[in-house]
Design a protein around this ligand. Structure first.
Ligand code: URA
Length: 209
């Protein structure tokens, strides 16, 4: 088998990483993130950079990390406030988790046109923002929602069914990868993704109790 190719140098990714690393706190990081134009196609189409939500005070008990904003998130500038967000809120409540104690983030901060899956260079560039967010917020537990977020934490060969339902240690945090709420919507109230997402959130709640 051929050796994997080394990642190509990407000046925009380096610039994001440099700007993010220089931000000393969440407020500064959000200010520097908002005018980001590292991904020209996304920057041209977006209404808002959806930086993320954090608890009003203190360290988040856990972080929820999704893929990228959808239409409602792009309009409002807030993560998980559309249909997926409504189901996520419902399942968090059923699992006994409080969204107010969570950081709610995405691997990509701008809405991809037509809600397409973010492209690899977009994920790589935006990764600098997410890495610094995690450094500064330091949540002990991360819930990666959907395959894109799962791959970000656990590697490009990740298969969701093989990694979900248990924690993985990544950079000193417990990372749980589970279904995205949009899959739970797509497969309906009796589908496996909804049951799996609820079971995983309930298991996370058990570790935080
Ligand atoms: N889907 C995501 O992955 N993130 C959001 O913020 C909203 C929908």
């Amino acid at each position: 088998m051929a050796a994997p190719r080394p990642p190509r140098f990407d000046a925009a990714a380096s610039e994001v990483a440099r700007a993010a690393a220089a931000a000393p706190d969440w407020t500064t990081l959000a200010q520097v993130n908002r005018p980001c134009v590292a991904c020209p196609e996304l920057a041209a189409a977006r209404q808002h950079v959806v930086v993320g939500d954090v608890p009003l005070a203190g360290r988040p008990r856990f972080a929820l990390v999704g893929e990228a904003p959808g239409a409602t998130e792009d309009e409002t500038g807030r993560p998980f406030v559309g249909r997926s967000g409504a189901l996520l809120d419902q399942l968090l409540a059923e699992a006994g988790l409080d969204r107010g104690e969570a950081a709610v983030l995405n691997i990509v901060k701008c809405r991809p046109p037509g809600n397409r899956t973010p492209k690899a260079p977009e994920v790589a560039r935006c990764g600098g923002w997410l890495r610094r967010q995690l450094d500064l917020l330091d949540p002990p537990v991360v819930v990666a929602l959907g395959l894109s977020a799962a791959k970000w934490f656990l590697g490009p060969r990740t298969v969701l069914a093989q990694v979900r339902a248990r924690p993985h240690e990544v950079d000193g945090r417990a990372v749980w990868a589970t279904y995205h709420p949009s899959a739970a919507i797509r497969f309906g109230p009796n589908g496996a993704p909804r049951a799996g997402l609820l079971a995983d959130l309930t298991a996370v709640a058990g570790t935080l109790a």
